[in-house]
Design a protein around this ligand. Structure first.
Ligand code: SF4
Length: 366
């Protein structure tokens, strides 16, 4: 009975502690799990209707100076052909997103903390923000100094995604080399808020050694950090990485992780309420036909269809089995509209789709 009592409590907006959040992550049966998903979906609909915010994803560079143990584009992976799109190529992809009515783009890359890179991103953001007033620009380029974050914010980017990957320092240290500091990742999230960004983070779900208590603590971390956007998904092993080689998948582990990820989305929606939550590509990797749609029905409200050139996609595989590697962006758009219609949802075209939480956090109103 504990499960339903706690569910009722979070649905009514009351505070839940980490133990209660962990209980919600483990519904006792299918009926309870459905009650969880239904409650989260209903709240999602109250906040943003039966509509999904779209961000055109541009993976503009796979050059990275870091060596995260789980990531396919880590610097030590010699099998990857490195690339960086030119300024014109990135701006053209953003124009395509605008033309498609996506209302916003995400510029994602490996991490580099040097002046050449900072200036490059600053110029590209400036050019994209001049394309149309109100066109949203999200960056996901890793840990940077406050000065660099401020430059990128002033150039016109409004949102930033920096995943913590796990709020457990022990797990964080197990999946990153010694030079990656948990405290520094947290501090970078604070710097992003200081620079005025709508700030997002997220975790991998189903990491080796991770418990339900760890995942519940992740949700409490999102709340404590007052984040505006959450992007999380199942951990997917990449065979050319140390973690992927040490812990290969077997049996139905991937499907179990997908189900757990859907529960994480639902509980995060209920606990954090007015944040934006992405139905990530990792969900689609495990269930190509319905993964992202299942994410929406569990309470997510954002999808990031790829608008980058097909030619670059093969070299931006953070994990194995990435979907739509050869599908052009127009066909991705058409399929997305169709699959959303099948669950009674529609894309919210020509809207930046800002997270309401940001305006509440900053008191800037909207
Ligand atoms: S997760 Fe990010 S920072 Fe780490 S290796 Fe991959 S691209 Fe680089």
């Amino acid at each position: 009975m504990d499960f339903y009592r706690i569910l009722e409590k979070v649905v009514s907006g009351k505070f839940a502690d980490t133990g209660e959040i962990a209980t919600l992550l483990a519904p006792p049966d299918e009926t309870a799990e459905k009650a969880l998903f239904d409650a989260a979906y209903q709240l999602k609909c109250e906040i943003c209707g039966r509509m999904v915010n779209l961000r055109g994803l541009i993976e503009f560079s796979n050059i990275c100076t870091r060596d995260c143990f789980y990531c396919g584009i880590r610097k030590s992976n010699g099998k990857v052909t490195r690339y960086r799109m030119s300024e014109n190529e990135i701006v053209s992809a953003a124009e395509k997103a605008l033309e498609f009515g996506y209302g916003s783009v995400v510029l994602q890359s490996g991490e580099r903390s040097d002046e050449e890179f900072a200036g490059f991103v600053e110029r590209v953001v400036g050019k994209i923000s001049a394309l149309a007033p109100g066109f949203g620009i999200t960056l996901s380029c890793g840990e940077e100094s406050l000065d660099t974050y401020r430059r990128w914010r002033e150039a016109g980017a409004t949102r930033y995604l920096l995943r913590i990957e796990s709020s457990s320092e022990k797990i964080f240290n197990a999946i990153h080399p010694a030079e990656a500091l948990f405290s520094e990742r947290k501090a970078a999230l604070k710097r992003l808020q200081q620079a005025g960004f709508q700030t997002g983070s997220g975790v991998m779900i189903g990491l080796p050694g991770q418990t339900l208590k760890d995942l519940a603590a992740d949700i409490a971390f999102f709340r404590d950090m007052d984040l505006d956007m959450i992007g999380m998904g199942p951990y997917l092993p990449q065979t050319d990485t140390p973690l992927g080689q040490q812990y290969p998948d077997s049996g139905n582990m991937a499907e179990q992780r997908l189900q757990l990820s859907l529960r994480m989305i639902a509980v995060t929606r209920l606990v954090l309420r007015d944040v934006n939550i992405a139905a990530t590509t990792a969900l689609q990797t495990i269930d190509p036909a319905q993964g992202r749609e299942r994410g929406i029905l569990a309470g997510a409200n954002v999808i990031m269809p790829n608008v980058g050139d097909v030619a670059f996609r093969r070299d931006y595989q953070l994990y194995n089995g990435k979907p739509s590697l050869d599908e052009n962006s127009l066909s991705i758009r058409e399929n997305l509209i169709r699959s959303l219609a099948a669950i009674g949802e529609a894309p919210r075209f020509n809207s930046a789709g800002d997270p309401l939480h940001f305006f509440r956090r900053t008191g800037s109103g909207k």
